[in-house]
Design a protein around this ligand. Structure first.
Ligand code: AMP
Ligand code: GLY
Length: 424
């Protein structure tokens, strides 16, 4: 079958890696892709220049190339309705329609949905005016103020007290993120370790894909500014059989059932950001897609053919699907351009990123190829290096061993992904 993957980051590289390994895959196209993906799929497909804003252009591409399945990597085209348009032309999709992608696109929608379906979450209220928002924040004390819409991961302000909340409320409702923060949520601030849970939903049922823990701060010791993610481990160190069963039973399946009951069935990957509180897991947020870099740790742990799972998902047969995972641990270390997540330079040369066939995986996120064949940086997060092993220590060692063979003076990485600090 012919598969089209939409996106250009490390997540899409990992998706292309998993899909192109399937015996069911005849051709894989990636729009727009990146140089690492192009090398990976050479002989089985190619990357095609595309703009993620041009939904009609992407639909035309899928139709002209007679694709059997389209996998949509990032959230923006999902929230904008790319899955709806593809399905309307009869093309199978992995990724929810716009109405279901509201679970990520609108934090208010997600909170109201959880309230309707009794899914555990912090206390919350929704506001468009500062005075009532500040009144509610005062009843909570420590709280969290959030922009309702997509704000590139920056629309959440954690507040220690009502004074901080007041500033946050004025800033967000004052237009800090434009339309995305014209409406806000004020939430009870809950505490506990965080775990990301991933599942594949077919509109009625769901299968577990794995858990992960990411590292959002730029520097070792969880210091520095927030980033898109500097590394991840799967499974999460907090995952147990009991917790996994609880999350499926009390969160993931109720989402599948609730979305179906409301006439907006959810198909595709669901990412549930959870806080493991003393009274059990509670929803922090939903994303309507794989995490990046979490996908780079989850996908290498799947024992079952990923493409056959996606086909079953598109046909609606997951309730009888046996999704198996390896017992391995996978660790991904992100290499980012010096300066990221603030201003950084592009165009510095990277050597040693080619496949060494040593079991490690080098996923490209922000690279480009010069005319002379040199690989250079072209983004903030540039590479994601995944190592696997029977336990955490061996997965960490495998990932950092591969990182040490990459010669890139223009970049940096955290030395404490998944625990123990690595020495130089
Ligand atoms: P989000 O973008 O919604 O995932 O929020 C970013 C981060 O803010 C989360 O990973 C949590 O660490 C934190 N956070 C969000 N909501 C809450 C909450 N209600 N209580 C405590 N921490 C929260
Ligand atoms: N790594 C966080 C995310 O993909 O949203």
């Amino acid at each position: 079958m012919k598969v089209l993957i939409i996106g250009s980051g490390g997540r899409e590289h990992a998706l292309a890696w998993a899909v192109s390994a399937s015996p069911l895959c005849e051709l894989v196209l990636v729009a727009p892709g990146n140089p690492g993906i192009a090398d990976l799929i050479d002989g089985r497909g190619h990357c095609i220049p595309a703009s993620l804003d041009d939904l009609d252009g992407l639909v035309a591409l899928a139709r002209d190339e007679a694709c059997d399945l389209v996998i949509i990597g990032p959230e923006a085209p999902l929230v904008d309705g790319l899955a709806d348009k593809l399905e309307a032309t009869g093309i199978a999709v992995c990724g929810p329609r716009a109405a279901a992608a509201q679970l990520e696109g609108s934090k208010r929608f997600a909170r109201a949905f959880c309230a309707r379906h009794d899914i555990a979450q912090p206390q919350w209220e929704y506001f468009t005016q500062t005075a009532p928002a500040c009144d509610f924040a005062r009843t909570l004390g420590a709280c969290v103020v959030k922009a309702d819409g997509l704000a590139a991961g920056k629309g959440v302000i954690i507040c220690d007290n009502a004074d901080e909340a007041e500033k946050a409320i004025h800033s967000l409702l004052g237009g800090r993120f434009g339309a995305a923060s014209a409406e806000i949520l004020v939430e009870e601030r809950i505490s506990g370790p965080e775990m990301s849970a991933f599942a594949l939903l077919d509109g009625a049922d769901a299968v577990w894909l794995g858990s992960a823990q990411d590292h959002k701060r730029a520097f070792d010791g969880d210091k520095g500014p927030n980033t898109g993610g500097m590394g991840a481990i799967s499974p999460s160190p907090f995952e147990t059989d009991t917790l996994r069963a609880e999350v499926m039973e009390n969160i993931i399946r109720p989402v599948a059932q609730g979305m179906a009951d409301e006439g907006t069935p959810y198909r595709g990957i669901l990412y549930a950001g959870l806080m493991l509180t003393k009274s059990g897991p509670q929803i922090i947020e939903f994303n309507c897609r794989f995490g990046d870099p979490e996908a780079q740790t989850i996908l290498p742990r799947l024992k079952t053919d990923f493409l056959s799972a996606l086909l079953t998902q598109a046909e609606g047969g997951l309730s009888h699907f046996d999704m198996q995972l390896l017992d391995d641990v996978a660790v991904t270390v992100v290499m980012a351009a010096n300066g990221y997540p603030d201003a950084y330079e592009k165009g510095s040369e990277i050597r040693g990123a080619e496949d060494l066939n040593d079991g490690s995986l080098v996923f490209h996120a922000g690279t480009s190829r010069e005319h002379n064949g040199a690989l250079v940086s072209a983004g903030g997060r540039v590479l994601g290096i995944t190592g696997q092993g029977p336990d955490t220590a061996s997965a960490i060692a495998a990932a950092y061993d591969r990182v040490s063979k990459i010669d890139w003076p223009g970049g940096f990485y955290r030395r404490d992904i998944a625990g123990g600090l690595q020495q130089d």
